[in-house]
Ligand binder design. Structure first.
Ligand SMILES: [Zn+2]
Length: 306
């Protein structure tokens, strides 16, 4: 059993069928199977049905292939518990919704506003599809020789036509941590945050360091605090565009906060009681990220510890 994970985009519900997706003939049959389920994207936005203000993911049957056309990039997402294969199609910009049979049924929607609305299973699947499409959109050419590369394995690999180099979808690990000392935690604000919002500290993991070392380095760089112990909390795929957020609680030594103004606008200590008030939406001036953000889950679990 995998550990419980409270994070949006976690708990991918499909069997990715890593061996079968290498079989082009099997994929071609699966995408036309009677129980195939197809989702559509355009410009990194999934097509969302809107029926009487109730939003849901449009999972279409194989007959939708006729309106998708042959040019759309197709990725294989996996097989559900009933055996139904799932695919996503990235429609070209010239695809005009208003002239398709889907007109009036919904729209291609930005994923962020959909996070509190859509079911967890659908978000995990669509998040995976979005990260794959983001990668394909930027990796049409080989990083080794500059030649054009082709999509294989149901969208999980590209192979260079010229030199044969293989390229795999990227995942960018990011550490996101709550520095804590006794009954207080440190949070920061970036200039781009909405007014009053505070969050955990975060940064990309760099080559040559462990997750724990990245937590210590970023905490020191951003807030001037020395990390003495790191406790991993949970992780979260974050498809904007292809991060893996690795959440941690970082015990810090005695010392003052010293903010790096290039990275943060402000950082300060919050008491456990203050965090509880923030999470309840009752703090007079400060608020925390919403539940779909891993920062919220870090704050929630730390504030409930005592
Ligand atoms: Zn090449």
């Amino acid at each position: 059993m995998l550990p419980e994970n409270p994070n949006t985009f976690a708990k991918f519900p499909l069997d990715k069928a890593g061996l079968r997706r290498k079989d082009a003939a099997w994929l071609a049959e699966a995408v036309n199977a009677a129980d195939a389920r197809l989702s559509l994207f355009q410009d990194m936005k999934p097509f969302i049905l809107d029926e009487n203000d109730k939003r849901s993911v449009a999972w279409l049957g194989p007959q939708a292939r006729a309106l998708i056309g042959e040019k759309a990039l197709c990725v294989f997402l996996g097989i559900d518990a009933q055996g139904a294969p799932h695919f996503a199609f990235d429609l070209p910009k010239r695809f005009d919704l208003s002239e398709s049979p889907l007109a009036g049924m919904g729209a291609f929607e930005d994923m962020r506003p959909m996070l509190p609305i859509l079911p967890a299973d659908d978000l995990a699947i669509l998040g995976c599809a979005k990260s794959l499409f983001e990668w394909h959109a930027k990796h049409g050419f080989c990083a080794q020789c500059g030649g054009r590369s082709a999509v294989v394995d149901g969208g999980w690999k590209r192979v260079c036509d010229a030199c044969g180099a293989e390229h795999f979808p990227r995942v960018d690990p990011v550490v996101i941590m709550l520095p804590v000392r006794g009954d207080h935690c440190c949070m920061g604000r970036q200039a781009r945050f909405p007014r009053g919002m505070w969050s955990a500290l975060a940064g990309f993991v760099e080559p040559g360091e462990t997750i724990e070392e990245a937590v210590a380095r970023e905490t020191l760089e951003e807030a001037g605090l020395v990390v003495e112990a790191v406790k991993l909390h949970s992780s979260q795929p974050w498809p904007f565009p292809s991060s893996l957020m690795i959440g941690a609680i970082a015990e810090v030594a005695v010392g003052d906060i010293n903010v790096d103004m290039d990275e943060l606008d402000e950082a300060r200590w919050f008491s456990r009681a203050e965090i509880k008030t923030m999470l309840a939406g009752k703090h007079e001036s400060a608020w925390a990220p919403p539940p779909f953000a891993i920062a919220h889950q870090l704050l929630k679990s730390w504030s409930e510890e005592a």
